[in-house]
Design a protein around this ligand. Sequence first.
Ligand SMILES: C[S@@+](CC[C@H](N)C(=O)[O-])C[C@H]1O[C@@H](n2cnc3c(N)ncnc32)[C@H](O)[C@@H]1O
Length: 219
Amino acid sequence: MALSKRLSFLASLLKPYDSVLDLGTDHGLLLKEALSKGYIQKGLASDIKPLPLKAAQKNLAGMNVSFYLSDGFSQIKADFDCVVIAGMGAKLIAQILSGCTLDITYILNPMDDEDTLRWFLQNNGFKIIDEYVLWDKFYYQIIIVRRGVMKLTKKELYLGRYLKKSSDYENFLLHNIHNLKAIIQQIGQGQSLAAIEKLKILKIYQDALNEVKNPAKID
Ligand SMILES: C[S@@+](CC[C@H](N)C(=O)[O-])C[C@H]1O[C@@H](n2cnc3c(N)ncnc32)[C@H](O)[C@@H]1O
């Protein structure tokens, strides 16, 4: 099976780490790429369901990987210096991270509601240290955090602090502006609280696009 651009990019982010937990591993392909390319030395593959874990065991046969049937971190007894939680909704990621105080790097790739996840992170002792946005049939955001303190603005809840360096950033903004305009047209501009909120978010994206197109000139 060809590896998706998303998983290949996630694997490349693992180079600084020795042992990595892929929480919610499913097929195990992220660890397979990271181990076979020599990015990491050891993998821990976990899933809440036996069938995906079996698939991972098959795909990772012969590699330096331990397997765990585990809801979140509950059954993971070994040490690791980075965890990847990818391909899940923001609310599930937040639920998995609730009460987690491990001093490691967390690489998060929510499938939706990145603003909700950033809000959770801010209010639960996590600090964003890097972020990416990439296009792979959809726009995906990757949020890298450690334990720490941060205070995000409303704009940063939607667009993070570091997304703008990604090459797909401008197209990501254009894509969201297009979608937001379509939603606002559907729900009726200015006629409901939902429409007013969407207009505020649209302005965040439009201002960000203006910043990209007209970067402040340095004299
Ligand atoms: C859509 S797959 C994502 C697979 C892979 N991480 C990726 O990014 O392509 C989500 C996986 O997370 C697992 N999962 C869901 N809730 C979980 C939990 N609380 N703890 C561990 N794994 C969970 C599911 O069983 C499923 O295999």
